[in-house]
Design a binder for this molecule. Structure first.
Ligand SMILES: O=C(CO)[C@@H](O)[C@@H](O)COP(=O)(O)O
Length: 234
């Protein structure tokens, strides 16, 4: 069955889209709060879909200050990046977000930032080694590097998918660009972006005084399993 290409939000998805707009608008405030962005250099999206093949994403409008991002300012696109609802042009990274959703059905949220320490690792094209229990917990191993890709088509999205498909990592450092993170929803993708920057900073600082010590794979696996399946309130 071909995927319907809605020219407007289907009535039965109205409530879900409006709820996603509320969440995604609020989550954009987390980017400056955790010092992951300067100016407007970051974006968050969340997927809204049904069992009839409708598959949409809610994302911020391009270049709009985080102070001005409200639920009503959010835009809705289909997975070809076509604007379905909204007054303004969608984020310039919409094609990347859409490609990830189209090729990774388990992903419900995508975040992109230029957070300083993670971007510094991306500038070297170097993965962040798994030397902290927080990395094992959240990323299940090292944070990998994705290929250099120019914004404007689906090459960034393709690089994200090629790198993360089959990986436990929720973050990828796109070479010479910066981090993209994924999650089951937008909030978990924002969390991954926050923790990605935190471990990028900690490992950077550690390496200034010596060589960080990798964690044995058996412990990476057990830490990841605990954190993903036991940690917190179940
Ligand atoms: O890195 C870039 C542009 O090169 C974008 O991610 C960043 O400027 C955010 O753009 P948007 O405001 O989301 O269009």
């Amino acid at each position: 069955m071909s995927t319907p290409r809605p020219t407007e939000v289907p009535a039965h998805l109205r409530e879900a889209v409006d709820a996603a707009k509320e969440r995604v608008a609020a989550l954009h405030a987390e980017l400056p709060r955790w010092e992951l962005v300067v100016w407007t250099a970051g974006n968050v999206s969340e997927r809204v879909r049904d069992d009839q093949g409708h598959d949409l994403l809610v994302i911020k409008p391009s270049g709009v200050s985080y102070d001005d991002i409200t639920p009503d300012a959010m835009v809705v696109c289909d997975l070809d990046g076509n604007l379905v609802e909204g007054e303004r042009a969608p984020s310039s990274d919409t094609a990347a977000h859409a490609y990830v959703y189209a090729h990774m059905p388990e992903v419900g949220g995508v975040v992109h930032t230029h957070s300083t320490y993670a971007t510094a690792w991306a500038a070297r094209g170097e993965e962040i080694p798994c030397v902290l229990t927080m990395m094992a917990d959240e990323f299940g191993g090292p944070i990998p590097v994705g290929p250099f890709a120019i914004i404007g088509d689906d090459s960034i999205g393709r690089g994200i998918v090629e790198t993360l498909r089959g990986s436990r990592s929720k973050a990828v450092l796109m070479k010479n660009h910066g981090p993209f993170t994924i999650g089951k929803d937008a909030k978990s993708a924002v969390k991954a972006a926050v923790l990605c920057e935190e471990v990028a900073r900690a490992v950077h600082i550690s390496r200034q005084l010596g060589e960080p010590v990798p964690i044995e794979q058996q412990y990476v696996d057990s830490l990841y399993d605990r954190y993903q399946n036991v940690y917190g309130q179940r």
